[in-house]
Design a protein around this ligand. Structure first.
Ligand SMILES: [Ca+2]
Length: 242
């Protein structure tokens, strides 16, 4: 389930790693961490593919995420846990910065962020890692005030969870006399071979349908098409129209 708390927990689990995405050749950039988290929770449906941190509010808006623009004159307008916060330090700052808000109050935020330092040389070749392929920095716990914060955005939790629910509803178990029991998932027939397995699904809210053997066999793919005669089908359809 995608929740703000899940985003925070997942972000914390990445601390100490250099988190990268395929679309960013510069390795552990601040935005690569956020891109990875967004892709993780949306199963790849949303991303921040090559966007500089400072442009991520517009990108997030395009992707359909909720975006809040900061008003520095309103000290009560602060990000929530799990929000992705965008910083931009004026026109001389070419890239900006982005981070995960763990918690926030009027004075500042506890965060998880990657590549905090402008300069690093983890591979010790004397060249700033930021300028190197596979460069960047590591994900760290941090805290800061709201200097440079231009806004924040968050995952569309409601629609993500609704979609998940619909996917789960797309799953049923079926049985028929002498045929055992099977899982139907997205139109696919998957036999269930262990007596404990149906309970696992039912405990997750998967519904069960007891079918006749002919329908069961058809769903399993043993029959190419329904073999109900026209008279019966027409009677059924007539019944529907009532
Ligand atoms: Ca280097």
């Amino acid at each position: 389930m995608a929740t703000a708390l899940a985003v925070v927990d997942y972000s914390k689990s990445l601390v100490g790693q250099k988190v990268k995405v395929k679309t960013n050749p510069y390795g552990g950039q601040c935005v690569a961490l956020i891109d990875h988290i967004v892709q993780h929770f949306t199963e790849g449906e949303m991303n921040l593919a090559y966007t500089n941190a400072k442009d991520c509010l517009a990108k997030a808006e395009n992707e359909g995420m909720e975006v809040i623009y900061n008003n520095p004159n309103d000290p009560d307008l602060i990000p929530q846990e799990g929000d992705f916060v965008v910083l931009h330090f004026g026109p001389s700052d070419p890239f900006g910065h982005i981070l995960v808000c763990v918690s926030a109050d009027r004075n500042g935020m506890v965060t998880v962020e990657q590549n905090i330092d402008g300069y690093s040389d983890h591979n010790q070749n004397g060249i700033n890692d930021q300028l190197e392929i596979d460069g960047g920095g590591y994900t760290r716990n941090y805290s800061r005030n709201y200097e440079g914060v231009i806004g924040w955005f968050r995952l569309p939790y409601d629609s993500l969870n609704q979609k998940k629910e619909e996917e789960e509803n797309d799953m049923i178990t079926i049985s028929a006399p002498g045929r055992g029991i099977a899982l139907m998932m997205g139109g696919k027939f998957l036999p269930i071979l262990h007596k404990d397995t149906p309970l696992t699904f039912w405990n997750q809210g998967v519904k069960h349908y007891s079918l006749d053997t002919a329908t069961f066999d058809a769903w399993q793919g043993k029959a190419e098409k329904s073999t109900l005669d026209d008279t019966t089908v027409n009677k059924l359809i007539a019944g529907l129209k009532k």
